[in-house]
Design a protein around this ligand. Structure first.
Ligand code: KIV
Ligand code: ZN
Length: 522
């Protein structure tokens, strides 16, 4: 079977989703997981956009082996040079350059002419080819553009050495039949297209991103651009997990395969959700909490008798077996280490002791410690190591008759223990303000979210907060069986990140590069 290349744009188009702002360390953590997932190309960012973006792409190019590492560039010499600077240390660098071919964009956004677009596309691809052998070209908004003109621009790009031609449905406007016809039209008009890789890049504004991408594959596209959990501009990009599982499950009609290790899908989805703060809807295809759950009696009955009655995929195939019991209260250090290794974490020495201590605390409160619990717990410990402030303890007096009052003790970056108290509107508010009082840092809460790591009454809670300090916003996460404890941990970690960013900004450095995140596996 033919192989379709999976081009992951979680860190570029995905990162352009409203409200997402990943720091360099978080991007590296995601890129490492994408490499484990087995994607073919990682679009690591848009290097000209900011020094932070440049550094993140460079760190990925230097630190992630396996996939091609691509940097995005408008069809401008400076963009192409920045993209090259960022990806040049990768073993397999790619420059992805783009310019719009639709008249709407040419007239209203570029304020240029079709002739200008042709000249810019030619120059950008030629410039990129002078640096790297692997160059991708995208005629932006192609699906609303004139087919003949787009074909002319693609032919120019190929003439100048483009190795991949990507046809974006930038505003998610096309339909499967129309998109397939457009791509066929390009093949007819540009004979050289048969000699390069045709790629599809579809947005989900009308909910057709995966269907359109599949239509593209059916007419010859051999690269699909997609993002984990379908994140991306506006309604997002085609969801990687859906594209991959569609091709894996319906290989009989698709006739193509991917190189993705599907068992890493669920973990990658959870990591991206955790770091971006974008929850995965429960009924989301492939990775939603309910994607393999059966509620109706008839369905449950059928699945118990024979799984294939109502399931077209096996949850273990996508790594969604995290709710299996892996350890219990009496499990020892060795069992914990083995379980962590199976999850991809190598934890030894002092880190193993700390993980074991946390595991025991949790196992005392929770009957069954699952793989997902362990993953959340270890990630939480690693976050603790990165944080400069740490929550030592907290007390909350809460009642329906009086406003809640909290007292906290926090360890400062200097190793001092400081205490603070506050009477707030609710227990979480009281804890957060008490932390501000203790540390003398006047941060403002912007976002607060609680999720359960697994199902069940004794589930671990995961809290994400975003706060703002002197114009810098920073996020933090915390995990515990007690939501208030998780909230306190998340807040002090966000505070650590915020203070680091403020100091970096004062020192004239790029604050985004000063954010901290964890890299769970070596
Ligand atoms: O949607 C789009 O057109 C893009 C291009 C930069 C490929 O993201
Ligand atoms: Zn896009």
């Amino acid at each position: 079977m033919d192989r379709v290349q999976i081009f992951d744009t979680t860190l570029r188009d995905g990162e352009q989703s409203p409200g997402i702002s990943l720091n360099a360390a978080e991007k590296l953590e995601i890129a490492q997981q994408l490499a484990r997932l087995g994607v073919d190309v990682i679009e690591a960012g848009f290097p000209i956009a900011s020094p932070g973006d440049f550094e993140a792409v460079q760190a990925i190019a230097r630190g992630v082996d396996g996939p091609v590492i691509a940097g995005l560039a408008r069809a401008h010499a400076a963009d192409v040079e920045a993209a090259f600077g960022a990806v040049r240390d990768s073993q397999r660098p790619r420059i992805h350059t783009f310019i719009s071919t639709s008249d709407i964009h040419i007239t209203h956004q570029l304020m240029a002419t079709r002739e200008d677009v042709k000249a810019q596309a030619r120059a950008a691809v030629a410039h990129a080819r002078s640096f790297v052998e692997d160059v991708e070209f995208s005629p932006m908004d192609a699906t609303r553009a004139d087919l003949d003109f787009t074909a002319e621009v693609c032919a120019i790009a190929i003439e100048e050495g483009a190795t991949v031609v990507n046809i974006p449905d930038t505003v998610g406007y096309t339909t499967p039949e129309e998109y397939a016809a457009f791509l066929r039209g390009l093949y007819e008009r540009v004979p050289a297209l048969a000699g390069v890789t045709l790629s599809v890049h579809c947005h989900d504004d009308l909910g057709l991103a995966v269907a359109n991408s599949y239509a593209g594959v059916q007419v010859g596209a051999r690269q699909v651009e997609c993002a984990i959990n379908g994140i991306g501009e506006r309604a997002g990009n085609a969801a990687l997990e859906e594209v991959v599982m569609l091709l894996a499950t319906r290989g009989d009609v698709a006739g193509v395969t991917t190189g993705v290790n599907t068992r890493e899908i669920a973990r990658t989805s959870r990591l991206v959700s955790r770091l971006t703060g974008y929850p995965v809807q429960p009924n989301k295809a492939v990775v939603g909490r309910n994607a393999f759950a059966h509620e109706s009696g008839i369905h449950q009955d059928g699945v118990l008798k024979e799984r294939s009655t109502y399931e077209i995929m096996d949850a273990t195939t996508v790594g969604l077996e995290g709710n299996d019991i892996v350890l219990g209260k009496h499990s020892g250090r060795h069992a914990l280490r083995q379980a962590l290794e199976e999850l991809g974490f190598t934890v030894t020495g002092a880190a193993l002791n700390t993980a074991f201590q946390r595991f025991k605390e949790i196992a005392d409160k929770k009957k069954q410690v699952t793989a997902m619990d362990l993953e959340a717990l270890v990630t939480d410990e690693l976050r603790e190591e990165m944080a400069t402030f740490a929550l030592e303890w907290f007390d909350v007096e809460a009642s329906s008759r009086r406003p809640p009052h909290a007292t906290v003790a926090v360890t400062t970056p200097e190793g001092e223990t400081v205490e603070g108290s506050f009477t707030g509107d609710g227990p979480v508010d009281a804890i957060f303000h008490a932390i501000n009082t203790a540390t003398g840092v006047d941060a403002r809460l912007r976002e607060f979210r609680v999720d359960a790591v697994t199902g069940g009454q004794d589930a671990l809670g995961e809290v994400s907060v975003v706060l703002e300090l002197e114009g810098q916003s920073a996020s933090g996460q915390g995990v515990a069986t007690d939501i208030l404890e998780a909230a306190g941990r998340a807040y002090v970690r966000a505070l650590s990140n915020a203070v680091r960013k403020v100091r970096a900004a004062e020192a004239g450095a790029d604050p985004r590069a000063a954010d901290a995140a964890v890299t769970p596996t070596p």
